[in-house]
Write a protein that binds this ligand. Structure first.
Ligand code: SAM
Length: 438
């Protein structure tokens, strides 16, 4: 072992074979590519340029003919230049999932994520934009990527211990200091608490306005069985059973401030997870959407109305904005959040169904789909319907790349693409792409 070598984990394998591997470029999904006797091995917990002892995840006998194997680095024999002491010991290879790059320097994480995103765009065949210009930028004022997660789902085991699951594992593991979570969530000290019988998960939220929220999730959970611990301070508390959300303290909502506007969000509903994300994405969408005054805009996959508020300001009171969201509660909240903007209407519907049923066109669209992206059918519908500009907010570069290639074939071009590190210490990337007619 070299002097700079670092022991990552000494957990013995359950019969898994160990290989010595030299690790090369990044692959999608947060792993890195190595080769063993000509076969590709995707290695988790490593970094480019290092030599590691890796434990095979796949049984080599059962997968003798597979094109690739998967492995996890358990010892570092030669550290790569990007390796740093992990920011979260409990998230190393045998620990909790969700921080697979915590052992890589933050600027290197962004460089690697940029390389992966560029490669995905190239492979999808995107040609209308200079791909080498795509660089993952940090969120403003985010110096170390710590304390930025405002939404954390904890898992609970049968004894009521609260932790998180391991990567591809059902085992609930200790989160330790949980340094990626916002301070308000860490202060709850959920790892020291025992959840009542029937608790399957705990959702903790540290919103930008108002108290922290804790929701216990369990189909048959008895709300009366919960004694709220002192460490939760004045947090709002609710229980989500098979019959719905039962608020015990507060009203089951959290509040988020973006500029002057306050948004109500269900305590278990979607809101951008990084504490700077909503503001940053709003600013970017604001500068690129360019909805014409008196014109029309659609906010697709609209959630509680974050981007509809921007579109509404741009079109003004003579314009028209529709925000389309599939979740009934989110759609209802969007209506309440934007009730001072009569130019906004809400539709509770599947986005593709709703767009397919439109007869007229629209000037601009902002869409923010979940990880599986918009898909070819919706992109082709939008390519025919939208008159001026499509702004695509994405949390998954692989589905974005696929959808952009479809848009190019349908006669559109990418005129801007900005990528952001809104999931520090993971391989995930958020981005905003602007499309115009070619
Ligand atoms: C990534 S979130 C974006 C929400 C919002 N734009 C924001 O930034 O707060 C995606 C949203 O799409 C909704 N959604 C997912 N699939 C949908 C579909 N097929 N039709 C309509 N809405 C959908 C989800 O409920 C979620 O609110």
């Amino acid at each position: 072992m070299s002097p700079e070598a670092e022991r990552v984990s000494s957990t013995p394998t359950a019969g898994g074979r160990h290989l010595t591997l030299t690790v090369g470029p990044p692959a999608a999904g947060g792993t890195f590519v190595a080769r063993h006797e000509g076969r590709v091995v995707f290695v988790r917990g490593s970094a480019p340029g290092e030599t590691v002892t890796a434990r095979l995840v796949d049984d080599p006998e059962q997968h003798a003919n597979a094109r690739f194997w998967r492995a996890e680095a358990v010892d570092v024999l030669e550290a790569g230049v990007d390796r740093v002491p992990t920011v979260w010991q409990e998230a190393s290879v045998d620990g909790v999932g969700g921080a697979e790059w915590a052992h890589i320097a933050l600027p290197a994480q962004r460089r690697i994520a940029s390389e992966v995103m560029q490669e995905l765009l190239r492979r999808a065949g995107v040609t209308s934009y200079p791909i080498e210009q795509v660089q993952v930028e940090p969120a403003p004022h985010d110096v170390d990527g710590l304390g930025s997660r405002t939404r954390v789902r904890f898992a609970v085991d049968e004894e009521g211990r609260v932790g998180m699951r391991g990567w591809r594992s059902h085992e609930v593991r200790d989160v330790g200091e949980n340094p990626l979570a916002a301070q308000g969530i860490r202060d709850l000290r959920l790892g020291e608490w025992t959840a009542p019988e029937g608790t399957e998960a705990v959702d903790a939220v540290a919103p930008s306005a108002g108290p922290v929220s804790v929701v216990l999730v369990g189909r048959d959970l008895d709300p009366a069985s919960l004694e709220i611990p002192e460490s939760w301070g004045d947090a709002d508390v609710a229980v989500r059973t098979g019959r719905g959300l039962v608020p015990l303290r507060g009203d089951g909502l959290v509040h988020e401030r973006v500029g002057e506007r306050l948004f109500s969000v269900s305590a278990t509903g979607f809101w951008q997870g990084h504490r700077r994300a909503a503001e940053l994405l709003s600013d970017v969408v604001q500068s690129v959407l360019k909805a014409p005054h008196g014109g029309s805009a659609w906010d697709l996959y609209g959630g509680v109305g974050l981007f509809a508020a921007i579109a509404a300001e741009q079109v003004g009171s003579e314009g028209a904005v529709v925000t389309v969201e599939g979740n009934r509660r989110a759609s209802q909240l969007a209506q309440e959040n934007l009730e001072d903007l009569p130019q906004v209407s809400t539709a509770t519907a599947d986005v593709a169904d709703w767009v397919r049923a439109r007869r007229g066109g629209v000037d601009v669209v902002v869409l923010d789909p979940p990880r599986n992206g918009a898909g070819a059918e919706l992109i082709e519908l939008l390519a025919r319907t939208v008159r001026q500009r499509i702004v695509y907010v994405s949390c998954e570069p692989s589905t974005l790349a696929r959808d952009l290639a479809v848009a190019e074939k349908a006669g559109w071009k990418v005129v801007d693409l900005r990528a952001f590190d809104l999931f520090p210490h993971t391989h995930h990337v958020e981005s905003v792409t602007v499309l115009e007619r070619a």
